[in-house]
Design a protein around this ligand. Structure first.
Ligand code: 26W
Length: 827
């Protein structure tokens, strides 16, 4: 049969053209006689999909033959970005597709540009998952991604005339998304609510339990095939969407109750309707809890089905699949697997618990207390009565090891308990994840140390070996090769090989060119080229002309959050603006030029973050229209930050800001992407910044501020003496400008300013002067091009370890115990 299809898949450009024409004529309501860009993009995408389907079938068949162990990554978010360019590059078909499309009158770039980003994630955690999928396929690891196919992804953001964030629904499925394949053969029933039956097992005479859910929905698989770079191995990202058991209640319909007739369907569809837009803050809504259970219940059934298809027993599960919990959102997988093993597979508790612990591992991505999930016992008992019973049993058995007898261990028991008795009785999901996993990891050195010494201290004492660090990484395919083709070419030409694309440590060989003037000029010219592209975008989208020659492009792009301190950034801009105004106009004109970009979304319910956006926009308006300032300084807020926008911004950046309060940013991953693209870092001693300094050289990073150890003392001082009283004069002056209405009515910013002058939780006041001083160093250094470009090249040369290929190797070896399984090459 393979011979019947393989001619279709030839990669000759004429063949590709025929394939595209086929899909235009027979898949789409289009014809080859009236071509348009969007239709051609769709048809092109279908031809890519065809190739991936073939490769995916071969891959699955081979993995099954080889009986490999598979990694299953469960994540409630995936921020994939555009698909087509990545797939064409990974399949190494760029030239062929370029030619094929040119023949039809289109440029490849314009076709790529037709694609909408599927925004099925909020930020760092979802994008990390996407980088991991790229690496897993590229390095031939047998792996599955599991997630949810939300009807509506993260909201689209715009800014109104007042400077406020406006949210619009992201209807990403209104047009076909050609890379997702609805797999009608995989439909899995998922229960909710109901009761527990207790009975005596006739064989063992022991008590057994059975859950009888009172409601069911269907989990429908939607598959996205993940190509690897330079390999035939193609993995699957399986996204579940929720369908009703019964589409329409005909009885109700016949009685004229049309609304009631569709109620069940609407309730079911609701489960995967929308991505919760909170990042680092728990919303605590019942629907979100349903999403979490729906995801893990469907995923585990799918894994167990595949295990059994291979005629393997349930005891072999830990050798068949390593299941990674991406933060605590999928933690219900632990009681769910236990339930399946006990109530359906009839295992003993000890057997079931052993299998569970050996199957799961858990990654923590944040230590912010408001982000740590705790769900009410009441809610769990109502929705998943059997699971609540099991969580209590896990807790009971775990605490058994710590006697109740003396006061000290009584205290310890309280701290360790999976169930917290505060105002509400709550389940601590992180505790459950730790107890039910064999490995727990943080995402950077400093973050893992905080987990061990603070957040999970008591658990670390009990299970010292369970806790390990796996520092995050990013895929060099998307974040250098695809988004910065000119730099990619220069690196390949300089190293005389493109091996760096899948082994990034090769970049270290760039070190010998760091001082070379000719090389520096080439390097700088590419940055300028990328800046020009961004300048054009800003002109087109915002109608602002910012210039790009001899201007420092300074960028902070990430979710808007108090701990990330965009507020310090914008107050810095106010202060700089005020200094410029005070200057002798002649001297001002000679100042080095800077554009300060900020982009990022605020969670719709996070009012403080929204005020920060408003302040940024109002400050930007005043500065950008001040004729005294002209092109010496501009502040640009770019709306609707996305993966695709990041691909434009990162290659164009001279210096990026990663200025979180020490101890708050678990890792950060955009910092890595900037360094990879020759951008310099202006950053605090936090997250992965520290490791970037270690690997690229401290002298190549503009670091400032205190270590995390000193933060508590500063906070205490703020509380005792009042933050405002300790503040630097320049910062007071900037705050004064906000208060006197320079940037619009102060009432807009009341909450922000009060917190800043009072407690200043994130110690902006303390760090302000060193921050401004570091920015000054940036501007001074930029005036010395040889030094600047040397730093830029050395930063990139030291970034080999930043690849997610390194990260995944560590997961594979130290947590999952899986091995690459490359498909044999067929020539
Ligand atoms: C329950 C609400 C909620 C939603 C999302 C809580 C927490 C999250 C995420 C875990 C937040 C997140 O994305 N964390 C980021 O993870 C990145 C990948 O490890 C890190 O690089 C970032 O530093 C971290 O903020």
């Amino acid at each position: 049969i393979k011979d019947l299809v393989s001619p279709y898949l030839s990669s000759d450009y004429k063949h590709l053209q025929k394939n595209i024409a086929y899909h235009l004529e027979y898949t789409l309501p289009q014809t080859t006689r009236n071509l348009n860009l969007f239709g051609t993009y769709l048809a092109t995408s279908y031809t890519v999909r065809d190739r991936l389907l073939q490769l995916s079938h071969d891959t699955q068949k081979y993995y099954t033959e080889k009986k490999v162990k598979t990694a299953c990554y469960i994540s409630i978010e995936y921020l994939m970005g555009r698909f087509l360019q990545n797939a064409v590059l990974n399949l190494n078909l760029e030239e062929e597709y370029g030619e094929a499309l040119a023949g039809l009158g289109y440029g490849l770039e314009d076709i790529y540009d037709q694609e909408q980003d599927p925004a099925l994630g909020n930020g760092g955690l979802g994008r990390l998952a996407a980088c991991f999928l790229d690496t897993l396929a590229t390095h031939n690891y047998p792996a599955w991604g599991y997630g949810l196919r939300y009807n509506y992804g993260l909201f689209k953001q715009s800014v109104d005339v007042e400077g406020d964030q406006v949210e619009k629904t992201d209807v990403w499925l209104q047009f076909p998304y050609p890379f997702m394949i609805e797999n009608h053969f995989i439909r899995i029933p998922i229960g909710f609510y109901g009761s527990i039956e207790t009975y005596v097992d006739q064989k063992t005479k022991g008590t057994r339990f059975k859950w009888h859910p009172s409601e069911y929905v269907i989990a429908q698989a939607n598959d996205i095939l993940i190509p690897g770079y330079g390999t035939d191995n193609t993995n699957t990202l399986r996204l579940w969407s929720c369908r009703p058991i019964q589409e329409l209640d005909f009885k109700k319909f016949s009685l004229g109750d049309f609304k009631g007739a569709s109620e069940k369907r609407l309730n079911a569809e609701n489960i995967t309707n929308v991505l919760y837009p909170n990042d680092n803050e728990m919303a605590g809504k019942e629907l979100r809890f349903k999403q979490q259970y729906f995801l893990v219940a469907a995923t585990l059934q799918d894994i167990i089905r595949r295990l059994k298809e291979q005629k393997r027993t349930i005891y072999e599960l830990p050798d068949f699949a390593a299941v990674q919990l991406n933060d605590t959102h999928p933690t219900l997988a632990i009681p769910e697997l236990l339930r399946v093993l006990l109530d359906e597979e009839m295992l003993t508790w000890d057997e079931a618990w052993d299998i569970t612990q050996r199957t799961f591992s858990y990654t923590n991505h944040t230590i912010l207390p408001e982000a740590l999930e705790r769900w009410p016992v009441k809610l769990i008992s109502h929705l998943l009565p059997r699971h609540m019973q099991l969580i209590e049993a896990i807790n009971w058995k775990f605490l058994e090891n710590f006697s109740e007898n003396n006061k000290e261990s009584g205290k310890l028991r309280k701290k360790l308990s999976l169930i917290e008795n505060s105002r509400d009785t709550l389940v601590r999901m992180a505790w459950l994840a730790i107890v039910g996993s064999h490995k727990v990891n943080g995402v950077s050195d400093i973050h893992t140390n905080i987990l061990k010494d603070k957040v999970f201290k008591d658990f670390h004492k009990i299970y010292p070996k369970k806790f390990i660090n796996v520092t995050n990484g990013v895929t060099p395919r998307r974040w250098l090769h695809a988004c910065n083709p000119k730099l990619s070419e220069l690196i390949t030409a300089t190293l005389n090989s493109n091996e760096w694309i899948y082994d990034l440590t090769h970049l270290s060989k760039l070190r010998e060119h760091a001082d070379n003037e000719e090389f520096q000029l080439k390097w700088a010219a590419i940055k300028l080229f990328n800046k020009k592209k961004l300048q054009k975008y800003v002109k087109r989208e915002l109608k602002i002309d910012i210039g790009y020659k001899d201007v420092v492009y300074d960028i902070q792009i990430k979710r808007i959050h108090e701990y990330k301190r965009q507020l310090m950034n914008i107050i810095g801009s106010i202060s700089y603006y005020s200094d410029l105004l005070k200057m002798d106009p002649k001297k001002r004109k000679e100042m080095p030029k800077r554009v300060s970009f900020i982009a990022g979304k605020a969670a719709p319910g996070y009012f403080v973050a929204k005020k920060i956006i408003k302040l940024i926009n109002c400050v930007s308006k005043v500065i950008n229209t001040d004729p005294e300032i002209g092109d010496v300084f501009k502040v640009i807020y770019l709306p609707n930050y996305s993966v695709t926008l990041a691909e434009l911004l990162i290659p164009a950046t001279d210096v990026s800001e990663h200025i979180s309060t020490p101890g708050t940013e678990a890792s950060g991953t955009s910092n890595m992407k900037f360094v990879l693209n020759g951008g310099l870092i202006l950053g605090t001693l936090d997250g992965a910044n520290l490791e970037i300094m270690k690997n690229s050289g401290e002298e190549n990073v503009f670091a400032f501020g205190i270590t995390k150890e000193k933060v508590d003392q500063v906070k205490q001082n703020n509380i005792e003496k009042g933050a405002y009283n300790l503040m630097d004069e320049k910062m007071k002056n900037a705050i004064n400008l906000i208060e006197n209405g320079t940037f619009g009515n102060i009432e807009n910013y009341q909450g922000l300013i009060e917190e800043l002058k009072g407690v200043d939780r994130y110690i902006l006041g303390h760090d302000f002067a060193p921050y401004m001083e570091a920015m000054d160093r940036v501007m001074q250094t930029y005036q010395k091009p040889q030094k600047w470009w040397k730093m830029s090249i050395l930063g990139c040369a030291g970034s080999g370890w930043l690849s997610s290929d390194r990260t995944i190797k560590e997961y594979a070896e130290n947590i999952w115990e899986i091995k690459p399984c490359p498909l044999p090459k067929i020539e």
